[in-house]
Design a protein around this ligand. Structure first.
Ligand code: SF4
Ligand code: MG
Length: 341
């Protein structure tokens, strides 16, 4: 197993500016605040959390589309964070992004052929016109779009087909890593599985490595090898996918999991619904200690408020959890303050 991506203590802090000239920094939004994670070559890392938890910023920082304010991103052994712009540009081709809403990420005035050609031209790859056409034709086949799509415009396609165009635009450059930010959340449920399956097939055929970002645990379940759960700029739990779905150990993951509906409507849902108090606090002013303590149904006096829990290995060797009381909660020695039967 080779690591394609290594993220070390990554930080993205945005200054909050005030004053007539917006020149007075009064604080920072800590969108990403000390994240370590590793993505194995050819595998999928699913990153999950509520909107505003910093997962999209992390995805963009990984590709250096948003410059990190601290920490390091190493891609295939090369530290991106210290790379001169020219070399970074060359690396960019190897890392592509797929966005949530293909309609707003595709230029409506460009037909599919121009959309796909643009990337090749910008990176100076794909050879001459004939060679470029061959690369584009191969890419269309790979994403399951017909040749006639080339002369059409984004609005002439359905949502699912548009996402195929978005995937083709990323693929045409022959990337090794794809960051997919909520790739199916704008699509009808019936289309979501098709797009997820397509991503899965492409991974098998091309050996792609994925970071798939979603607010919904159900979406990343079948495609992820590893799942990380983010809360207020930090990872609170990370494990092999099977492991985290079978045995979620962090109270926040348990709450997210209890909100995922049981797939079979005839099966009675006997699980506890874990209700979270209040909204996601502001990342400009995160709670002290465990950042989840203001909403955690298991929060214990003083320690949860005062001491920030580190990610530590619990259970299997690859299961990491940032909770002081994970073992006691798992063993049933601590009961939640508020659950709905
Ligand atoms: Fe809840 Fe405390 Fe664990 Fe944080 S450390 S998740 S507040 S029990
Ligand atoms: Mg896979």
């Amino acid at each position: 197993m080779t690591n394609l991506v290594e993220v070390k203590d990554l930080e993205v802090h945005f200054p909050i500016k005030r004053g007539v000239l917006f020149d007075r920094v009064v604080g920072h939004v800590k969108a990403v605040d000390g994240v370590d994670l590793t993505i194995v070559k050819g595998k999928t890392y699913g990153l999950v959390g509520e909107s505003g938890c910093g997962k999209s910023t992390l995805g963009r920082a990984l590709l250096q589309l948003t410059p990190p304010t601290g920490g390091e991103v190493v891609f295939d052994g090369v530290p991106l964070t210290s790379l001169p712009p020219k070399q970074l540009r060359a690396m960019r081709r190897r890392m592509q992004m797929i966005f949530q809403d293909p309609m707003s990420s595709l230029d409506p005035r460009m037909n599919v052929e121009s959309i796909l050609t643009e990337g090749l031209r910008a990176h100076g790859v794909g050879g001459n016109r004939t060679e470029r056409r061959a690369v584009i034709a191969k890419t269309l086949d790979a994403v399951g779009l017909p040749r006639w799509a080339l002369s059409r415009y984004p609005h002439e396609f359905s949502g699912g087909q548009r996402q195929r165009i978005g995937i083709a635009r990323a693929l045409v450059l022959g990337p090794e890593l794809i960051v997919a930010d909520e790739p199916v959340s704008a699509l009808d449920v019936s289309i979501q599985a098709q797009v997820v399956n397509l991503l899965d097939e492409l991974q098998d055929q091309l050996g792609l490595t994925y970071l798939v970002i979603a607010h919904d645990l159900a979406v990343v379940r079948h495609i992820s090898d590893t799942v990380g759960v983010m809360y207020l700029g930090a990872l609170v739990e990370e494990a092999a996918a099977d492991d985290i779905y079978a045995t979620p150990l962090h109270p926040y993951t348990r709450a997210l999991m209890s909100a995922v509906p049981v797939p079979d409507p005839d099966v009675e849902d006997r699980r506890e619904r874990i209700l979270l108090a209040g909204d996601l606090p502001s990342p400009a002013n995160p709670p002290s200690g465990c950042r989840f303590h203001t909403r955690c149904p298991w929060a214990q006096p003083t320690r949860c408020r005062d001491e920030r829990p580190a990610l530590r290995v619990i259970g299997t060797a690859t299961h990491r959890v940032a909770c002081h009381w994970a073992e006691d909660i798992e063993a049933g020695r601590l009961r939640p303050h508020s659950v709905e039967a």
